[in-house]
Structures are given as C-alpha cells and as structure tokens.
Design a protein around this ligand. Structure first.
Ligand code: 4EZ
Length: 229
C-alpha cells in the first residue's frame, strides 16, 4: 500500500520529510517527489505549489506515475466557522470550489454539468483520524472545506462563502485534489490546521502562524500513517 502525502507549500511538507529522515528524490513535471518508508509504510511526499491547477497536477502524478493508492493532504487553512481558532484542526467531510461559477445558466455555485458541487472524503480515513484524535485527547472538527484560487482576506467574501456553501474553512487546493481522487477512485483525506480567519488581518496572521499550524497538521497526519500500515 503506497500512500501519497501532499501539501501545497514547502512549509507544509517540511515536518513530514523531517520525520521520515531518508528519502529518494525524483524530479518530474517541474516538481520534486520524495519517496520514503515510514514505520514500514511506503510514502510518496510532495508539495504542489499553491492553487487548484498545481495541486491537480501533483495529485494526478502521485496516483498515475507513482502508483499511490490513498492520498492524505496536510496543510493550513483560513477559518470560516467562528468556533475555529488558530492552530485548530479540521477534517474535510466534503469539499467544493467556491470560485467555480456558471450560475448564469441556472447552475449552483461550485457545480458544472457532470461534476459534483460537493465531493465527499473517504469515510474510513476519517474514522482513522477520529481514533488518532481521541488517543491524543484533542478535538478535531469535521466540516465543509471550500477551495478557490484566491487568498481570502475580506469579510464580505468570507461571509458570502459561509452562507453559500455552509463552509467551515477555506483554502486553495482541497477541492481540486478531491476532484482528482474521486475521478480516479482513490480514497483521500484532507486535513488543515487554521492559520488565520480569512479576514482583513489574514495575511499577517498567516505569516505569523503558518509554520506552527502546518506542523500541527503534519504531525497528526503522520500519526494516521502509523495506523494505515
Ligand atoms: C492555500 N493556503 C494559503 C496560501 C497562501 C501565501 C504566499 C491556505 C490558506 C488560505 N487560502 C490559509 N489561509 C487562507 C486564506 N485566508 N485563503 C485562502 O491553500 C499563500
């Protein structure tokens, strides 16, 4: 069982590479893929670069070229739900693209014909996450995460996203990775730790907390890997 672990930014996968110690680097499609074994589990680790297009490319590559049979995403996100604070963890139950809009033709936001407005994550991976959370004694929220090619730092946009998608958190890669994994029938899991509140202070909060929140998320995902071996 080969497992893909991906993030968007170097800071999101650095704590994972640190944990696995030794790895083999392969360059492909202008990116680096790190192959390692962790407690007997074969891993392929990569950060995609930010946004839906690069994350689509990386997720597809990990599955089609490296043969990954499950995918775990680890990273940071902006909080939409008021009960999510910096450092809190959120598991995506489902994901949608908040910037996909053909509503001019009567379709809902985030939907295109033959696609899905919301894509659900793998239930058994979520169960693994819940057992890790209870063993660690931490509370992990489960909810809707939405994705778009924009860093949201505006209250009006955030409120619109909350009311339109009932979203709990937002970021820039989850729904595109979900689309790839759903289409290719690969069970996937998206975990994010909050770095900011997607408001006018978001860029400052992000700069201050992204490294610590990325680490929180990465450490949790590695505890899950231990259960997947
Ligand atoms: C995108 N990621 C942020 C990339 C920021 C700075 C150079 C997560 C994220 C996010 N995305 C954290 N907070 C966010 C926000 N408020 N809006 C969108 O996945 C790049």
């Amino acid at each position: 069982m080969k497992i893909a672990i991906m993030g968007a930014m170097p800071e999101e996968v650095a704590p994972i590479l640190e944990k696995v110690g030794e790895y083999k680097v392969t360059e492909y499609a202008s990116n680096k893929y790190y192959e390692a074994t962790y407690n007997g589990v074969e891993l392929v680790i990569a950060y995609s670069k930010i946004g839906k297009v690069f994350s689509t490319l990386t997720a597809t590559t990990m599955i089609e070229k490296f043969g990954c049979e499950k995918l775990l995403f680890s990273g940071v996100a902006g909080a939409v739900s008021a009960d999510l604070k910096v450092g809190d963890l959120i598991i995506a139950s489902s994901l949608a693209q908040h910037d996909l809009d053909i509503t001019a033709f009567g379709h809902p936001y985030g939907y295109v014909p033959e696609g899905k407005q919301f894509i659900e994550t793998d239930k058994s991976l979520r169960e693994v996450a819940k057992s890790v959370a209870s063993e660690m004694g931490v509370t992990v929220k489960e909810g809707v995460i939405v994705t778009g090619d924009q860093f949201v730092c505006d209250l009006d946009r955030k409120n619109w996203i909350e009311s339109t998608f009932k979203a709990d958190a937002l970021e820039m890669e989850g729904a595109s990775v979900a689309c790839v994994c759903d289409s290719l029938d690969v069970p996937f899991f998206i975990l994010r730790s909050i770095s900011d509140a997607a408001d006018m202070d978001a860029s400052f909060s992000f700069d201050e907390f992204m490294i610590s929140s990325a680490k929180t998320s990465a450490e949790f995902v590695m505890k899950m890997v231990n259960k997947l071996g």
